[in-house]
Ligand binder design. Structure first.
Ligand SMILES: Cc1cc2nc3c(=O)[nH]c(=O)nc-3n(C[C@H](O)[C@H](O)[C@H](O)COP(=O)(O)OP(=O)(O)OC[C@H]3O[C@@H](n4cnc5c(N)ncnc54)[C@H](O)[C@@H]3O)c2cc1C
Length: 514
C-alpha cells in the first residue's frame, strides 16, 4: 500500500490500475464503496466524522448509545443483494430483528392505532378504528403495490440521467396519477382525518411534505406491508460498521476525521480530491456521497455549472429540519409498559403543522413527535435496567429570511417537548442521566447539509428522477453521486439503491499490476 504524503499526487494502491475515491461514509457512500470494491476498483472512502454511518452514526454518553438517525429498516433484500454482489452473505454479518407492531400512532383524544405485521391483525386494527374506511383501505393497498412495482422495482433501480430515461416512463407517471400528492391520494380513498394522517405521514421519513410529495411515495406503505419493519441489532451504526468492514476486507481504505475541501478537476475531468489538510489523493473516478448541494457549490467552487449553479440550488426546495432529543433514563425499563419501540405522538394539528413547517417556516408551539425506544428490543443501547430514547420533531429548515436561532430556542423548545412527552412517559424528566440534542444547525455543521435539511432535496415531482441531481455528474466527467440528494432519493433502501444505479454507470476498472 502506498503511503499518503501531503501535497503529493500519488496513486492510492500500487497493485491496481483503477482507483476510486468516495467522499462520505454515509450508507450511500459505504454501499458505493462496497460495489466498486467488488468490481475491482481500489477504493478509498473519506469522511469528516470520527466514525462511519453519516446520519446513521451514533454517539455514546454515560453508557447510553444513541443511534442518531434511522431506526426503521425496510426492504432488507437491498442489503442482501448488496452483500451478494460482493460475494458475501448479509445474515452472516448483520442481525435484523423484525418488529411487530411496526409502530403505534396516538392522538390527543386517547385513540391509538397499531400498524401490524400480520395482514389479519392489521385488518382487525383498521376495522376496530376506522370501520367505514375498510373498503377504501383495501383499494389503497392495491394502489401502493402498483406504485411499488413501477417506482421502486422499475424506475428506482434504473439510471435517470438522460431525459429519454424519464420520457419513457411518462405514461406510467400519468397512469398512476403522479401529479397527485400523497395526502390527496389518501384522501380520495379514506375519509377519517386520523386515518388520512396514518396513511399519509410516511413522506416525512424522507423529508417530504405529504401535501406536496408525489403520490408515487405511497409505495412506502407497500414496503412495510410486504417486507416488514426491522431493527438492526446494535443499531444502524452496527450495519455501517459491517459495511466498512467489507470495504476493508476488499482491500479498501477508510479515512476518518478527514474533510474533503475540493474535488480536483483537470480538463473537465475529476481526477481526485484535496483534503483540508492539504493532502492530495488522485483517483480515476470520484464518487460524492456528500450532499449534492455541498458537492456542486463547495467542492467544485471554481467550475462553472451548466445545471447545478448556486442560484438553482438556492431556488430548490429542501426537506424540513429535525429537532432530535436523545436521552437515557435510569432504572425505568419496567415502566411505561404500553410504550413500544416506535410511537408516533400526534399534536393537535396535522395539516396546519405541516404548513407551519414547510410553507411558513415557522417554529410552532405545538408539535408531533416520533418517539424511539430501542431499549425495548436491544439491551446493548443502555446500562442494565435503564432506557434509551429519542424524540424527533420535524421543524422548519434554515432556508428562510428569519431562520430559527437554535442557540436561543434549544432549551425553550426542549422544554415544550418535555411537556408533551410527560403525557406518554410520565416522570421521565427526573430520571434523565444522559442526553444529546441535534437541531438543524447541527445538521448543517455535522453533515454539511444545506440549510440544515434533515434529508437533502425535498422529493417533489420536479425534484425526483431525472430532475434530481444525476448519479453521473452533469457537470464534470469521472464524477458520480450517490445518497439521499440524488436519484432515487432519501431513506436507507433508496441510498443503497443509488449505489446499484452507480454500478450500472461506471465502467469496469482496469485491473492488474504493471
Ligand atoms: C433522524 C433521522 C431519522 C431517520 N430515520 C430513518 C428511518 O427510520 N428509515 C430510513 O430508511 N431512513 C431514515 N432516515 C433517512 C436516512 O437516514 C438517510 O436518508 C440516509 O442515511 C442518508 O444516507 P446518505 O449516504 O445519503 O448520507 P449521509 O448519511 O448524510 O452521509 C454523508 C456523509 O458524508 C460526509 N461528508 C459530507 N461532506 C464531506 C466532506 N466534504 N468531506 C468528508 N466527508 C463529508 C458526512 O460527514 C456524512 O458522514 C432518517 C434520517 C434522520 C436524520
Amino acid at each position: 500500500m502506498t503511503r499518503l504524503e501531503p501535497n503529493l499526487k500519488i496513486p492510492l494502491v500500487s497493485h491496481a490500475k483503477s482507483s476510486a475515491v468516495v467522499i462520505g461514509a454515509g450508507l450511500g457512500g459505504l454501499s458505493a464503496a462496497m460495489r466498486l470494491g467488488a468490481k475491482g476498483y481500489s477504493v478509498t472512502i473519506i469522511d469528516r466524522l470520527d466514525r462511519v454511518g453519516g446520519r446513521g452514526s451514533s454517539v455514546t454518553k454515560n453508557g447510553f448509545r444513541f443511534d442518531l438517525g434511522p431506526t426503521i429498516l425496510t426492504v432488507p433484500q437491498v442489503f442482501e443483494k448488496l452483500w451478494a454482489d460482493c460475494g458475501r452473505e448479509f445474515s452472516a454479518d448483520v442481525n435484523l430483528v423484525p418488529l411487530d407492531p411496526f409502530y403505534e400512532i396516538r392522538w390527543q383524544d386517547g385513540s391509538r392505532f397499531q400498524v401490524r405485521r400480520d395482514e389479519k391483525d392489521m385488518l382487525a386494527e383498521v376495522t376496530r378504528n376506522f370501520p367505514q374506511d375498510l373498503k377504501g383501505y383495501l383499494k389503497f393497498l392495491d394502489d401502493c403495490e402498483k406504485r411499488y412495482v413501477f417506482g421502486f422495482e422499475g424506475l428506482g433501480r434504473k439510471p435517470m440521467n438522460k431525459l429519454w430515461d424519464l420520457v419513457k416512463e411518462l405514461p406510467g407517471f400519468i397512469r398512476l396519477r403522479a401529479d397527485r400528492s400523497v395526502y390527496a391520494h389518501v384522501s380520495a380513498r379514506v375519509k377519517d382525518p386520523k386515518f388520512r394522517m396514518a396513511l399519509s405521514f410516511h413522506p416525512l421519513f424522507i423529508g417530504g411534505d405529504p401535501r406536496n410529495v408525489t403520490s408515487m411515495y405511497i409505495l412506502v406503505s407497500h414496503l412495510e406491508k410486504a417486507f416488514g419493519v426491522h431493527y438492526v441489532k446494535g443499531g444502524v451504526q452496527a450495519l455501517a460498521d459491517a459495511m466498512a468492514n467489507v470495504v476493508k476486507e476488499q482491500g479498501g481504505q477508510v479515512l476518518l476525521n478527514s474533510n474533503v475541501a475540493r474535488i480536483s478537476v483537470n480538463n473537465h475531468k475529476s481526477d481526485g480530491v484535496i483534503l483540508e489538510n492539504g493532502l492530495n489523493l488522485n483517483a480515476d473516478i470520484v464518487v460524492s456521497n456528500a450532499d449534492p448541494g455541498w458537492t456542486y457549490d463547495k467542492l467544485l467552487p471554481a467550475h462553472k455549472k451548466r445545471r447545478w449553479s448556486r442560484n438553482k440550488l438556492k431556488k430548490s426546495r429542501w426537506s424540513m429540519g429535525l429537532f432530535v432529543w436523545y436521552f437515557g433514563t435510569r432504572n425505568t425499563k419496567k415502566k411505561w409498559q404500553d410504550v413500544g419501540h416506535h410511537t408516533i405522538i400526534n399534536g393537535p394539528r396535522y395539516r396546519g403543522l405541516l404548513s407551519d413547517i414547510f410553507d411558513r417556516c415557522y417554529l410552532a408551539d405545538d408539535m408531533s413527535i416520533y418517539l424511539h425506544r430501542p431499549s425495548i428490543t436491544d439491551s446493548s443501547v443502555a446500562p442494565e435496567g435503564s432506557d434509551c430514547f429519542y424524540a424527533l420533531s420535524p421543524v422548519p429548515n434554515l432556508k428562510t429570511s428569519t431562520p430559527v436561532d437554535w442557540c436561543k430556542e434549544l432549551e425553550i423548545y426542549k422544554n415544550k417537548m418535555r411537556e408533551v412527552l410527560e403525557e406518554t412517559i410520565p416522570g421521565f424528566s427526573s430520571e434523565v442521566v444522559a442526553e444529546h440534542v441535534l437541531t438543524p444547525e447541527d445538521f448543517e455543521k455535522r453533515y454539511l447539509s444545506p440549510y440544515g435539511a434533515g434529508f437533502s432535496l425535498e422529493p417533489r415531482i420536479f425534484q425526483s428522477a431525472w430532475f434530481r441531481p444525476h448519479n453521473i455528474s452533469e457537470e464534470i466527467e469521472n464524477l458520480y453521486l450517490v445518497g439521499a440528494g440524488t436519484h432515487p432519493g432519501a431513506g436507507i433502501p433508496s441510498v443503497v439503491t443509488s449505489s446499484e444505479v452507480l454500478a450500472q454507470l461506471v465502467t469496469d476498472p482496469v485491473i492488474g499490476g504493471s
